[in-house]
Design a protein around this ligand. Structure first.
Ligand code: GAR
Length: 197
C-alpha cells in the first residue's frame, strides 16, 4: 500500500474525503500523516477522530524564511515516509526547494478550472469574468504555482445571482468527489484525465 501524507491549513474537508475513501477498503493507499501549518486548524481534530496521526509545523516562527519552514516540514514528512503527498487546502506558497524535493509525488486541489484563476479568490474572479462554468482541478505540484499537469477537473455551472460563497458551496462537494478519484488513479500509476460534471 502507498503511504499518503496530507497537508492542510484549515477545515480539512478535502482531507476528510481522502481519508474516508482510503479507509473504505479496496484502496491502494493508507493515510499516514496529516500536517497543518496552522496550529488550530479544524482539520486536525477531524484527522485524529479518524485515527490518523497529525503534526503541526507552524510557519509563523519562521517569519519570511520560507526555506527554513519548508526544511522543518520536510523533516516531519520524511519521518512519515510518504509515497504520495496531497495538498488539501494547504495555503502556503512553495519554493523550488520544496517542490524539487517532493515533485513527482505531490498533488494539489485548486478551486478553479486551471489554467484559469491560479492563486486566490477564484470563485469571485470566475463570477466577475462572466464565466458560464467554473469548478476545481487536481494537478501535480511543480515549481510553478498551480501550474503542474492537470489530472482531473470537476465542472459546475455558474448561475445568475451567484455570490462567491454560493459558488464555492457548489464547487466544494465536487472537490470531495474529484480528489479521491484522482488519488486512486494516481496511486495506480494512471495519469489519465478525470472529468466530472
Ligand atoms: C478548498 O476549496 C480548496 O480547493 C482550496 O481551499 C479549500 C480548502 O477547504 N484550496 C486553495 O485555495 C489552494 N490555493 P478544506 O480545508 O475544507 O479542504
Amino acid at each position: 500500500t502507498k503511504r499518503v501524507a496530507i497537508l492542510i491549513s484549515g477545515g480539512g474537508s478535502n482531507m476528510v474525503s481522502l481519508v474516508q475513501d482510503m479507509q473504505s477498503g479496496d484502496h491502494p493507499c493508507e493515510p499516514v500523516l496529516v500536517v497543518s501549518n496552522v496550529p488550530d486548524a479544524g482539520g486536525l481534530a477531524k484527522a485524529e477522530g479518524m485515527g490518523v496521526a497529525t503534526a503541526v509545523v507552524d510557519h509563523k516562527p519562521f517569519g519570511k524564511d520560507r526555506a527554513a519552514f519548508e526544511a522543518e516540514l520536510t523533516r516531519v514528512l520524511e519521518e512519515a515516509k510518504p509515497d504520495i503527498i496531497c495538498c488539501a487546502g494547504f495555503m502556503r506558497i512553495l519554493t523550488e526547494g520544496f517542490t524539487g524535493r517532493w515533485g513527482g509525488m505531490m498533488l494539489n486541489i485548486h478551486p478553479s478550472l486551471l489554467p484559469k484563476y491560479k492563486g486566490l479568490h477564484t470563485h469571485q474572479r470566475a463570477i466577475e469574468a462572466g464565466d458560464a462554468e467554473h469548478g476545481c482541478s487536481v494537478h501535480e505540484v511543480t515549481a510553478e504555482l498551480d501550474g503542474g499537469p492537470i489530472l482531473g477537473q470537476a465542472i459546475v455551472p455558474v448561475l445568475d445571482g451567484d455570490t462567491s460563497d454560493v459558488l464555492a458551496a457548489r464547487v466544494l462537494p465536487m472537490e470531495h468527489k474529484l480528489y479521491p478519484a484522482v488519488l486512486r488513479n494516481y496511486a495506480a500509476g494512471d495519469r489519465s484525465m478525470i472529468v466530472l460534471r
